[in-house]
Design a binder for this molecule. Structure first.
Ligand code: SF4
Ligand code: SF4
Length: 185
């Protein structure tokens, strides 16, 4: 009979003797493997109390950046949406009013900016495409949820805290991004 491989082994149909039928040797072999693992270094950690450090190139949840005066950097040019291979970014542009100069850095801003995290593949191309340093990927995961709608992140979810009113939270949200940019340079 022709065979597909020369590594096939015929299955033994020999009836088990009484030693094999009580499975003692197999149980002992299993216990020895378990005992061997007791003295090895644990591969797991007590998450969420303990967390592993991220690699400097890790790409997580997006952040919409502000400048040092707390103004939104995004000018709604749409380059990130064009660069996005997953078509995950949607935005609507609006014109800045004279009274809004302290809120938006450029004359145009994103009145609506949304990212569908279920589409996103965290490739970082939006960060690469942005000419205004307005979007970057942080080292935070998108938290788990039960509804699809909750994975569409809008501006309130994405905007970084204001550095003037919340400097510590701003720095925390920045995380490793500056380190990553330096390593790229
Ligand atoms: S990380 Fe990639 S997939 Fe996700 S929004 Fe940015 S460009 Fe699109
Ligand atoms: S995040 Fe950057 S690339 Fe995207 S619309 Fe805003 S300024 Fe343009």
């Amino acid at each position: 009979m022709a065979t597909l491989t020369n590594r096939a082994k015929p299955v033994s149909r020999k009836p088990m003797n009484w030693v094999e039928r009580i499975y003692l040797w197999n149980i002992l072999k299993g216990m020895l493997i378990t005992l061997g693992h007791i003295f090895k270094k644990k591969a797991t950690i007590n998450y969420p109390e303990q967390k592993r450090p991220f690699s400097p190139v890790f790409r997580g949840l997006h952040i919409l950046n502000r400048d040092e005066e707390g103004r939104e950097r995004c000018t709604a040019c749409g380059l990130c949406a064009v660069a996005c291979p997953a078509e995950a970014i949607t935005m609507e542009a609006a014109e800045r009013l004279p009274s809004e100069e302290h809120l938006y850095r450029e004359e145009k801003y994103a009145a609506r900016y949304e990212i569908n995290m279920l589409r996103c593949i965290f490739c970082g191309l939006c960060e690469e495409a942005c000419p205004k340093d307005a979007i970057y990927l942080s080292e935070t995961f998108a938290p788990a949820d039960f509804s699809r709608r909750s994975f569409i992140y809008g501006k309130p979810d994405l905007l970084i805290p204001d550095p003037k009113t919340e400097p510590e939270k701003f720095q925390e949200a920045k995380g490793l991004v500056d380190q990553r940019k330096k390593s790229k340079a």
